[in-house]
Design a protein around this ligand. Structure first.
Ligand SMILES: [Zn+2]
Length: 534
């Protein structure tokens, strides 16, 4: 991604001066060409035009001009139309425009020119407001800064920054009624309302996201997906957008990823000591299929990326086929499934097998063909990672059977299965020591987990925005397929028998693992007991 051509509409007003300053900063950082355009709304008077050009010449500091390329243009016509046309002609990558008024999402009151540019621009638009002094909204200032990411000058980017600062993983924008849209965030797995905005504001916002994702609005009747092209200052973030027509308008969902949350050290995901050791041993293998399973949104992708990361400093050739690629991994050659260009999971897998890989990541096994190819790759001396949607480790083998894979092939090639869920972590600022009743003691006993001396329960404070929880952590069932399990699988043992065999090896179930998080004070008993097939 690069912004090589920056366009600044300039009308000599205070806010356009601020916009120009901002554009110069960006131009300097990005080594971009700057185009300053002044649009006169009168006729083509030569004298006035020359006069305007003279003023444009002195608008940019000479020191800036010595280092960066600057173009100037005086045009006649309607400001927004001329600016849009100029941006298309010169293939602008970014428009920086000054706007009156506050810039927050809740009070979007831009100058009408800025507003129309925002609506029609073929590229991302940065809005620079004039009254910087009172621009911060009622939300804590600390909240809207995230690792140095200050409120930007674009409402679309602001909303993302705000969501990230609140640890949201998703933003949902949906029509509420004719006049309003609601904006909701998913925080720690739970959807909470953030604000309502006027339909006009929501439409501009969604237009900005579509523009950033290069989703054209040619066909508004089909769901569309894309990945936002974010400015360099948001390098640590990755945002995927899905937009779909719904009754009453358009619904948009944005999934947010931060490098921080995607590239987590394996040891910090929540594995128990035994599970972590099992996983580390499996990662030392050189061939076979390692599966990460669990329901949607259970953190499978993060776990796989964290596993791949352990190979970061080795000279192994790692290739992936993902649908979609959720995050750029620097040391992995990633192929995106793209049905429109005939890159399917199956054809992509064939391609990557020709790329001489040591390690392959197959995004998710969804059909018999994918399953067969992943297993074939594993049997040809490669280490293959993949994920599968199953309830627990034992259920994974049933799932393979249902995909038509021969038990023997599974027994020979699958080296291990990690099944996982996410539980919310108690807010350490407000958690409180709770009571453990007789029934609850029995649960611990039943699952063979020691009864804790202290359990905590959720309360709610400002730090956790009243929810009592802050962040999530993984709960894992980690099973290495040893000779005994392999034999049971190839002998067509049923799911319950395989489950019993796993328990007999002393490997805890997901629920038992979740209860251990209660003992550690990481989560509450209620939250731990909510771990189940969802
Ligand atoms: Zn709290």
């Amino acid at each position: 991604m690069s912004f090589k051509t920056i366009l600044v509409p300039f009308d000599f007003s205070e806010h356009s001066v601020l916009a120009l300053e901002k554009a110069c900063q960006l131009g300097q950082q990005l080594h971009a060409e700057l185009h300053i355009v002044h649009v006169r709304d009168g006729g083509a008077d030569e004298d006035l035009q020359r006069h305007a050009m003279d003023r444009l010449l002195s608008a940019v500091p000479p020191t800036y001009e010595m280092q960066n390329r600057v173009h100037r243009q005086v045009l006649n016509g309607r400001a927004h139309a001329e600016v849009i046309q100029y941006s298309k002609q010169h293939q602008a990558d970014l428009i920086v425009v000054g706007s009156r008024g506050r810039n927050g999402i809740l009070s979007l009151s831009l100058g009408s020119v800025a507003q129309r540019i925002l609506k029609e621009a073929p590229c991302p638009v940065v809005l620079v407001r004039a009254d910087l002094t009172n621009a911060i909204e009622s939300v804590d200032e600390a909240d809207i800064q995230y690792r140095g990411l200050k409120e930007s000058d674009s409402p679309a980017l602001d909303l993302i920054a705000r969501a990230i600062s609140l640890r949201a993983t998703d933003i949902h924008i949906d029509p509420l009624d004719k006049e309003q849209y609601q904006v909701r965030f998913r925080i720690d797995g739970i959807v909470v309302s953030y604000c309502n905005v006027d339909t006009g504001v929501a439409e501009r916002l969604m237009h900005q996201y579509r523009t950033l994702a290069r989703i054209d609005a040619v066909d508004p009747f089909r769901p569309r997906e894309g990945r936002l092209m974010l400015p360099a200052s948001m390098y640590d973030f990755e945002v995927r957008v899905t937009t779909t027509p719904v009754a009453g308008g358009e619904a948009m969902a944005l999934r947010l990823f931060t490098k921080e949350s995607v590239f987590m050290p394996l040891g910090s995901l929540g594995f128990g000591p035994a599970g972590l050791q099992t996983v580390q041993e499996m990662l030392h293998g050189s061939e076979g299929l390692l599966l990460v399973s669990g329901p949607t949104g259970s953190g499978k992708t993060t776990t796989v990326y964290s596993m791949l990361q352990t190979y970061g400093s080795t000279n192994k050739n790692i290739v992936s086929i993902e649908d979609p690629v959720e995050f750029d991994v620097p040391f992995v050659r990633q192929l995106n499934v793209d049905e429109r260009h005939d890159v399917t999971m199956t054809s992509g897998l064939r391609t990557i097998l020709r790329m001489d890989p040591d390690i392959i990541f197959v995004g998710e096994i969804r059909d018999p063909e994918n399953a067969a190819i992943a297993l074939r790759a594993a049997s040809s001396g490669r280490f293959v990672f993949s994920s599968l949607h199953t309830r627990d480790v034992a259920a994974t083998f049933t799932a393979f059977r249902e995909l038509g894979v021969k038990d023997r092939s599974v027994a020979e090639n699958v080296i291990g299965v990690v099944n996982q869920r996410l539980v919310r972590k108690l807010c350490e600022k407000c958690r409180r020591v709770g009571e453990l009743g007789q029934n609850e003691r029995e649960i611990f006993t039943l699952l063979g987990v020691e009864i804790p001396s202290v359990v905590y329960q959720s309360v709610g404070c400002d730090a956790c925005r009243g929810s009592g929880f802050k962040g999530r952590c993984g709960v894992f069932e980690c099973v290495r397929i040893d000779a005994e399990l392999a034999k049971a699988i190839s002998d067509n043992a049923n799911e319950d028998d395989i489950r019993r065999l796993i328990r007999a090896k002393g490997i805890s179930s997901l629920t038992a693992e979740a209860l251990k998080k209660v003992i550690d004070g990481v989560t509450s008993l209620d939250e731990a007991l909510s771990v189940r097939w969802a």
